[in-house]
Design a binder for this molecule. Structure first.
Ligand code: FE2
Length: 379
């Protein structure tokens, strides 16, 4: 998987951002989970991720096991401990299953570490090199919100199945892919009044800028009870919205997350598709559960977003939401939490020009639910 980065267009789409690293993309997302074998089965069977690589007792890893799954550009690493004590056990005990590492693909992991720590990032791991018969890769890591890490991955001299220490994993069981293409954005939930601190972290330490979009204003309302800002790197490949809870009519969903996760962490991973109707139909057939959208949402949605290419009927049947900004529209849907704790979930998103994040759907959804309540006389 050695990749020549020289041909990649790194055009600057967020002019205010300073791309001193630069970040080439998300390399992988690693989750610490209680049972990686079964989690891998879930992400393969229900989500269409393909088996790529494995590391465990058979490869000489005595303390932990990892399964690497991939769908187009999205790579998930699922890791479980093999011993009774240790940092992975502690992470799972405190947070439940959750994202530990958001790994960023860079050209120079040492320089990335030097530049970010120089700007105030707390180091999680100094630069180090790992090698095997497929070449070498360089890593370094910094801390971000909660106990989440950013690992910088430099893989230009590596052409193995994943990274040094992993062997190719090619089981007989191979459920098909479902059209998921890349990570559109990854959202972090942070504590009360911490949003600005973490946005400043991404600005100062990583050179990110706040994305100018419909989501750039605080979106605290009676309904949503959260505030959110979106930070992006210069080439727009890495987008990190940061949420904090706000006072509302009910307990903020962000606060609920913080309570169950015991701190800040990754709230949702938005996966892009070119055909949301096909992708979501497949996910539903394979048992992925999505948030309920009342039919009344569709009574007024086209008044709000105007004309769209798709028929409304299949969108309504699947519960896909629609939003529009200055540049176009987007289709999106949210899963229920994929864990027993109400913490992490996924979003499926198809962009048709829009570069924002679906802010208009917060209010529209709650209003639709209230219209349903009204019809039952329970409002
Ligand atoms: Fe999102």
């Amino acid at each position: 998987m050695a990749t020549d980065t020289s041909s990649l267009k790194l055009e600057k789409v967020v002019p205010e951002a300073e791309d001193f690293l630069p970040l080439l993309g998300t390399d992988f997302v690693e989750l610490y989970v209680g049972n990686a074998k079964q989690a891998a089965h879930y992400y393969r069977t229900a989500w269409g991720f393909q088996p790529i690589a494995y590391r465990g007792l058979e490869t000489g890893s005595k303390d932990s096991v990892s399964y690497v799954l991939q769908q187009d550009k999205i790579r998930l690493v699922l890791t479980s401990p093999l011993e009774k004590d240790g940092p992975i056990n502690e992470h799972i005990n405190k947070h439940g299953d959750g994202v530990k590492v958001v790994a960023l693909w860079v050209d120079d992991a040492r320089k990335s570490w030097e530049e970010t720590t120089k700007r105030g990032a707390e180091s999680a791991h100094e630069p180090f090199t790992r090698e095997d018969e497929h070449g070498k890769a360089v890593f370094s890591a910094i801390k971000t919100y909660g106990e989440t890490l950013h690992v910088f991955v430099e893989r230009k001299e590596y052409d193995g199945p994943f990274l040094p220490g992993y062997k190719a994993w090619n089981p007989e069981y191979q459920p098909s892919e479902l059209g998921l293409k890349y990570i559109d954005h990854m959202v972090g939930n942070v504590g009360w009044n911490e949003m600005n601190k973490w946005c400043e972290f991404y600005a100062k330490v990583m050179g990110f800028a706040q994305l100018v979009s419909f989501d750039d204003k605080d979106i605290s309302t009676d309904y949503t009870a959260l505030m959110s800002k979106v930070m992006s790197n210069g080439n727009g490949r890495i987008k990190f919205p940061i949420n904090e809870p706000a006072e509302g009519k009910k307990k903020s969903q962000i606060e609920e997350y913080i309570d169950f996760y015991n701190g800040a962490g990754v709230q949702h991973i938005a996966l892009a598709t070119d055909n949301i109707i096909e992708t979501v139909t497949g996910l539903k057939e394979r048992g992925v559960e999505f948030l309920y959208v009342p039919e009344t949402y569709y009574d007024t949605v086209l008044d709000r977003v105007g004309e769209i290419d798709e028929d409304l009927e299949p969108l309504k049947n699947l519960g896909i939401l629609i939003d529009r900004d200055d540049e176009g529209y987007l289709l999106q849907i949210f899963t229920k939490p994929v864990l027993d704790r109400p913490t992490m979930f996924f979003e499926i998103i198809q962009r048709k020009g829009a570069q924002s994040f679906g802010k208009g759907n917060f209010k529209a959804l709650f209003e639709a639910i209230e219209r349903e309540q009204e019809s039952r006389g329970t409002l």
